[in-house]
Ligand binder design. Structure first.
Ligand code: MG
Length: 547
């Protein structure tokens, strides 16, 4: 067995360079600022930073509208600043993955400009055109309610172009050999500049056949091609997919032989996790975990709570979704795209520390690799007066200094939260660093413990039956060590009776002093507080190393 699959036991932290820290006082976050906070991230226990797009872009969709794939937008610094950042991350033993956004480009991209101007341009076929408006022009929008169509007439070209996302993001024809070669070139460029892989944006759309009247068949071979190229260029690099698909399709993305993507964000579990937190009914969550159980040996799920996008509840039943809305986003202004909630986690959970701890304890202990979004570690809030997903993309709150320590300049060009509950004067890194009971310090301790629990990342697991409603019990085993985690979703205490399969051994509490000794029949009786959680180890091994 290969034991150095680093991503299996990683702690991933997703951030936007623009929103993190302004190093030059112009009011926009940049690589110089981020570099100066790498020690903070290392101290928190982060082992892999996922950078959201920092490429030149008109920035009409948080940088996911790329106008140049081979550079750094000047507002974030130079390519030299990027390399300094990469070097510092390497010194701290941290890996970096970057967003690969090649389903579409900005309409400002020189390829699209050339394509629209001249039907004979070699770039014309890099995009998807139609002389007539296709009949299904009002179907398949990624942003329903905001986006009206997927085909927009271009005056310059005299034809309609296809855009799965906003009309300023023209889809690339990813079945054109020239586009495929260019995708490999982009990957090769950033691999040569030190990245450990890519978070691939919009994968199900990327691999679809596109065009008016064309059946949108998915070509998974593209994923195999990308993986092949990736591994040839860099053996330990990974592809992490954003692919919100039903569990039946997972193996198409991982590849039966494990020869496509190594990692996928676990959307099925994410949605049912919020349903469980809203209702204390864990049955759909248990099913989602079991539905995503099987995967190739080297593949791994990434578990998360919130990201820079809305919380997408599109795969819950209507009744389930309404329950989550009622609990966490009852007002229309909190909801988005008829399917999700756009708030950050802390406001959703009413800033209830018990519920926040339960949520993050789950992310750290569900089967897979955990991911945090920037600001989660201090419980940042949102600003619902900002449009769409922008409400949760505000400046990182470093201190109670003016503008939250985000910039030393006179003004911030990134929204800064100032409200009395989640504003930077109330919620910031500096204050939480000094408070031993802060969420930040809690998070750091949990991350430290999580990194010492490779059973979760590497081991086999099963759900344990318990007698208690609303309690999720998972049992992991790996290399003779056993780990049992318990989470009480209910707002009431619960008594749990379980057997961890080890005869007569004490289960050692990894987080507090609640060790449990079994009765004569080998069963443990454990009392859990409302929203309580436990991480137990048994098997006599104090610490298990992956190497
Ligand atoms: Mg700046």
């Amino acid at each position: 067995m290969i034991n150095d699959l680093w991503y299996k036991n990683a702690i991933i932290y997703c951030l936007s360079v623009e929103k993190y820290l302004d190093g030059n006082g112009d009011g926009i976050g940049d690589f110089a600022g981020l570099t100066s906070r790498l020690d903070y991230l290392a101290g928190l226990g982060v082992t892999c930073v996922w950078l959201q797009p920092f490429y030149p872009s008109p920035d009409r969709d948080n940088g996911y509208d790329v106008a140049e794939f081979y550079g750094v937008d000047p507002k974030y610094g130079t390519l030299g600043d990027y390399v300094e950042f990469m070097n510092h991350a390497k010194q701290l033993g941290m890996r970096v993955i970057v967003d690969l956004v090649v389903n579409h480009t900005s309409i400002n991209h020189p390829w699209f400009r050339a394509a629209r101007k001249d039907p004979k341009s070699p770039f014309r076929d890099w995009y998807v055109w139609s002389k007539k408006r296709p009949a299904d022009h009002d179907e398949g929008m990624v942003f329903p309610g905001v986006q009206k169509t997927t085909w927009t007439y271009d005056e310059v070209a005299g034809e309609y172009y296809f855009h799965r996302f906003y009309d300023h993001q023209a889809d690339l024809n990813t079945h054109h050999p020239g586009v495929r070669e260019e995708i490999r070139r982009i990957m090769g460029f950033w691999l040569e500049l030190g990245v450990s892989g890519f978070r691939m944006d919009a994968v199900p759309f990327l691999i679809e056949r596109k065009g008016a009247g064309v059946k949108p068949v998915k070509d998974y071979e593209l994923l195999h091609e990308m993986r092949d190229f990736l591994q040839w260029r860099r053996g330990d690099a990974i592809l992490l997919a954003e692919a919100n698909v039903v569990p039946d399709e997972n193996m198409h993305y991982f590849g039966e032989a494990g020869d496509r993507l190594q990692m996928m964000l676990n959307f099925p579990v994410n949605q049912r996790l919020f349903y469980a937190m809203a209702t204390a009914d864990i049955r759909p969550l248990v099913k989602a975990l079991e539905d995503t159980y099987w995967r190739p040996h080297a593949a791994q799920w990434v578990n998360f709570l919130r990201s820079h996008d809305e919380l997408d509840l599109g795969r819950l039943t209507e009744a389930q979704r309404q329950k989550v809305f009622a609990a966490f986003g009852p007002e229309k202004s909190m909801q988005l795209y008829n399917r999700g909630i756009r708030r950050r986690l802390a406001p959703m959970l009413g800033n209830d520390r018990r519920r926040l701890e339960l949520a993050y304890s789950l992310v750290f202990t569900l089967p897979g690799t955990p991911m945090l979004g920037y600001g989660d570690e201090i419980g940042m809030g949102d600003d619902l007066s900002l449009p769409e997903r922008e409400c949760a993309r505000t400046a990182m709150q470093w201190s109670a200094d003016p503008l939250g320590g985000f910039t030393a300049g006179p003004r911030s060009r990134v929204p800064v939260i100032k409200d009395p509950w989640y504003g930077f004067e109330k919620v910031n890194v500096e204050a939480q660093r000094r408070d031993p009971h802060s969420l930040l310090n809690w998070m750091e301790r949990k991350i430290r413990m999580r990194r010492e629990c490779p059973e979760i990342s590497w081991g086999d697991w099963k759900i344990l039956k318990t007698s208690a409603d609303g309690v999720l019990a998972i049992h992991y085993s790996w290399k003779g060590s056993r780990l049992t985690t318990l989470h009480n979703f209910a707002d009431e205490p619960r008594v749990v009776r379980i057997s961890d399969g080890a005869s007569g051994q004490t289960m050692v509490d990894l987080l507090a002093s609640h060790d449990s000794t079994p009765d004569k029949r080998g069963r443990h009786r454990i009392e859990l507080e409302p929203f309580g959680y436990r991480w137990f180890r048994s098997g006599g091994i104090d610490h298990v190393s992956t190497v």
